[in-house]
Ligand binder design. Structure first.
Ligand SMILES: CC(=O)N[C@H](C=O)[C@@H](O)[C@H](O)[C@H](O)COP(=O)(O)O
Ligand SMILES: C=C(OP(=O)(O)O)C(=O)O
Length: 372
């Protein structure tokens, strides 16, 4: 099955399944290949990686910060991320291997250079992860590339989601999907907020809605499908006990197989089901009930704050900017910064505003540095 068939609504009884290998390959090409093979054997339609150009995604101080964690692959966050990053040649090798196995191959583009890189590789679609859902210039650029997009919405407010849809509409972009997502690893069931899938479907009836889940197990993801998610993404691992931030909330091969088998048994043309029907269909327990309870409007949740602080994007100075300057777009860049600055969604709002402090290149612009 191809993603475009879902995006063009040519198929309405199937779900496109993405195995998010992400950085669960431990920086090892051979393990990455083995994971691709296992994901294909489990029945996934796509294997996905995460592509970053580190100086484009992170400020120098974000790369230099100490990373003290049992999941660290280096002393600093930069060394850690470098260890997990594959080169162009390695990407090409993984892409060729996926082609041999007849499984789609792609990655999330975590900065503008990575977006160009993936467009150049001619992947079937590009993923924009939650960390960039408020990175409006990246979204504008992505919308102009002529490549289908899958955009996650974790750590964001409904206002930001509306802005994403507006950016796509202004670019005349139709072939994109929005993924409901909560960026907490693992996400507690009560925070999964699955009803937002129905809300997104009602609010944006022309947009395909999917689910990128970080909870434990498969039942909540099955419920997401019964609410109408047509694309499912879950982290994939060959062993949940390995070192790394994402392994615990990932699915092993047998779990992907059981998730896919369950989805194939669903009568998807009868969708959507209501939460009570879903709980009884899935023999649901307390956790499923919590995931399906109404949790209010889409907002940034407390459980997402650690991820937003670590990987959320801020506005930073593209070059040294002197006090008194009226800010122009070319003065600004969007990166993960240490400490955080104004959130990326404020990018267009601060243009024309006066800077009250000098900000050095690659340093964050904080709220109190701009006369609003
Ligand atoms: C928001 C986002 O990018 N999340 C990604 C996708 O879900 C994650 O895979 C992170 O890259 C990962 O959890 C980071 O872990 P560490 O900080 O140990 O490299
Ligand atoms: C961060 C990512 O995904 P999500 O926001 O869907 O978890 C990603 O795909 O890189």
């Amino acid at each position: 099955m191809m993603l475009v068939d879902i995006l063009e609504k040519k198929i309405d009884d199937s779900v496109y399944i993405i195995a998010e290998i992400g950085q669960n390959h431990q920086g090892c090409l051979e393990l990455a290949k083995r994971m691709i093979l296992k994901a294909k054997e489990a029945g996934c339609h796509c294997v996905k990686f995460q592509k970053s150009d580190l100086p484009a995604k992170f400020t120098r101080s974000a790369l230099a910060r100490e990373y003290v964690s049992e999941n660290a692959w280096g002393k600093t966050y930069g060394e850690h991320k470098e260890y997990l990053e594959f080169s162009r040649d390695q990407y090409q090798e993984l892409q060729a291997y996926s082609r041999q196995l007849n499984v789609d191959f792609t990655a999330s583009a975590m900065d503008e250079l990575s977006l160009d890189f993936l467009a150049d590789l001619k992947v079937p679609f590009i993923k924009i992860g939650s960390g960039d859902a408020n990175n409006f210039p990246l979204l504008k650029k992505a919308a102009g590339l002529g490549v289908p997009l899958v955009i996650s919405t974790g750590m964001q407010t409904i206002q930001t989601v509306e802005k994403i849809v507006k950016i796509m509409a202004e670019a005349g972009k139709l072939d994109y999907a929005l993924m409901h997502c909560v960026s907490a690893y693992p996400t507690p069931p009560k925070d999964c907020n699955l009803r937002l899938i129905s809300m997104l479907k009602n609010r944006f009836p022309n947009v395909v809605i999917g689910y990128s889940g970080h909870e434990l197990g498969v039942a909540i993801t099955q419920a997401a499908v019964l609410l109408g998610a047509r694309i499912v993404e879950r982290h994939f691992t060959l062993d949940k006990n390995q070192k790394g931030s994402d392994h615990r909330c990932s699915l092993e091969t047998h779990e992907f197989k059981s998730l896919i088998a369950a989805i194939q048994r669903f009568k998807l043309t009868k969708l959507p089901f209501d939460p009570d029907a879903i709980i009884s269909m899935l023999g649901g327990d307390q956790e499923l009930a919590e995931a399906l309870q109404y949790n209010g409007e889409k907002k940034v949740l407390a459980c997402e704050l650690p991820c937003r602080n670590k990987l959320g994007k801020s506005i930073v100075a593209a070059r040294t900017l002197r006090k008194g300057l009226k800010l122009q777009l070319t003065d600004l860049a969007i990166k993960v910064s240490e400490p955080n600055g104004l959130p990326a969604e404020a990018y267009f709002d601060i243009v024309g505003k006066e800077l009250t402090d000098t900000v050095y290149e690659d340093e964050p612009i904080a709220g109190n540095m701009v006369k609003l």
